[in-house]
Design a protein. Structure first.
Length: 261
């Protein structure tokens, strides 16, 4: 029993380390699992038990399609052909974002929050937010992978002139949580069994509108919506970075992770 559990967790961490870039979108995740992840997110650990992030768990197909198609364009690294982050097309997509933190403990009394009035406050807050969001998304991704789902993270949410306000409206939190600032997406789902995890049939790319100025200095399109075009190849490969592309053998990274007995 114990051995089986360790094996499941080993497989799960490899799933999480990889990025699933295709899904069988016809399959549905049971509501019990969705609610389980909601429970994990609501109870994930935080410094002094404050709340510093929010998460929107999406299983609505139309909304996932919209996010995937229009809101997942990646940055231009070289050239002018941003691609989608297809890990955002799972049967479930979770959007993690910053919120103005609670102060149940009264640590920040007297500080005007949400504005850069206290550098110390902002810096500490950012660190805790990043840590706590990271812990929470790690826990959910690991849970999902232990259940046998595939997962993929994405941090590209704003490339094609999309803003926080548009995100909030789309997620229907603009009135209830006007401080919610999306920053990471996590796709969870079933793989398209006809492809490897790092492949996608989405061969569209986004070219900047020729009128978009200062392109060489910009990391995002700001003034005009980009123009969608298609590569001739029907399947695109992304990496894989964590494995040998031919044998799929896991790469051992030179991390400092050691045991002192
Ligand atoms: C916190 C986090 C953020 C990530 N953001 C992105 C991203 O914005 N775009 C992307 O394509 N992959 C993103 N990834 C996926 C990693 O790039 C991926 O895990 C890595 O390439 C190894 O997976 P592979 O072997 O499938 O290439 C992210 C992963 C993590 C853990």
């Amino acid at each position: 029993m114990e051995k089986d559990r360790l094996q499941i967790e080993k497989q799960a961490i490899v799933t999480n380390r990889r990025c699933q870039r295709n899904y069988d979108t016809s399959r549905v995740i049971p509501q019990e699992h969705i609610e389980h992840w909601q429970y994990l997110l609501k109870n994930s650990p935080s410094k002094q038990d404050e709340i510093r992030f929010g998460a929107v768990i999406i299983i609505n197909k139309e909304l996932i399609e919209k996010i995937h198609k229009e809101y997942s364009w990646g940055f231009r690294r070289k050239g002018n052909d941003a691609r989608r982050n297809n890990q955002m097309n799972g049967s479930c997509v979770i959007i993690f974002g910053r919120v103005i933190p609670t102060d149940f403990e009264g640590d920040y009394e007297g500080v005007v929050r949400g504005e850069m009035l206290s550098r110390e406050y902002e810096e500490r807050n950012l660190k805790h937010q990043e840590r706590e969001m990271g812990i929470a998304m790690g826990i959910v991704a690991f849970s999902a992978a232990c259940m046998g789902y595939k997962t993929g993270f994405n941090t590209n949410l704003y490339y094609n002139a999309k803003g926080e306000q548009e995100w909030r409206k789309m997620l229907d939190v603009d009135k209830t949580n006007p401080d919610f600032r999306p920053c990471v997406g996590l796709g969870i789902g079933f793989p398209d069994e006809s492809l490897e995890w790092y492949q996608t049939r989405d061969n569209e790319y986004l070219e900047a509108d020729p009128r978009e100025s200062d392109l060489s200095f910009k990391t995002m399109l700001e003034d005009y919506p980009g123009v969608v075009k298609k590569f001739p190849e029907p399947i695109l490969n992304y990496g894989p970075l964590s494995c040998d592309p031919d044998t799929h053998e896991l790469k051992e990274r030179p991390s400092l992770v050691k045991i002192i007995s």
